[in-house]
Design a protein around this ligand. Structure first.
Ligand SMILES: [Zn+2]
Length: 115
């Protein structure tokens, strides 16, 4: 019954993430001819001029100045300090899996363990 020890069961469904829409909703604009579009100021370092670039084909984003690179999930993790699962949820790209009996997971020694 302790939800802290139970990790969310599920997995990321990358296909549910609309990369251009995501970065647009985060306040970026896709500018330039591509394939690496100018997105804007990198939020992960003190950016003086727009260093963040995004690739629509791969869905990856990278900063030409500080070297950060990742996808929307990594972006959310970094920007909001969220763990992977929560970042995926935040993006609406997390699919829950049905709960399984907590066999060998932490906290599974409830009955028959102590005497
Ligand atoms: Zn940067």
């Amino acid at each position: 019954m302790d939800s802290r020890t139970t990790r969310p069961r599920g997995h990321l469904v990358r296909g549910l993430i609309n990369v251009p829409d995501f970065f647009t909703s985060e306040g970026f604009t896709w500018k330039g001819p591509g394939p690496w579009f100018d997105l804007g100021l990198c939020p992960f370092h003190k950016d003086q001029r727009p260093s963040l670039r995004g690739n629509l084909e791969t869905g990856r984003v990278r900063c030409m100045a500080c070297g950060w690179s990742g996808d929307p999930v990594a972006f959310i993790m970094q920007r909001h300090g969220l763990p992977f699962g929560q970042a995926a949820r935040h993006l609406g790209a997390w699919e829950d899996l049905p709960d399984l009996p907590p066999s060998r997971l932490a906290g599974g020694v409830r009955r028959g363990g102590a005497r």
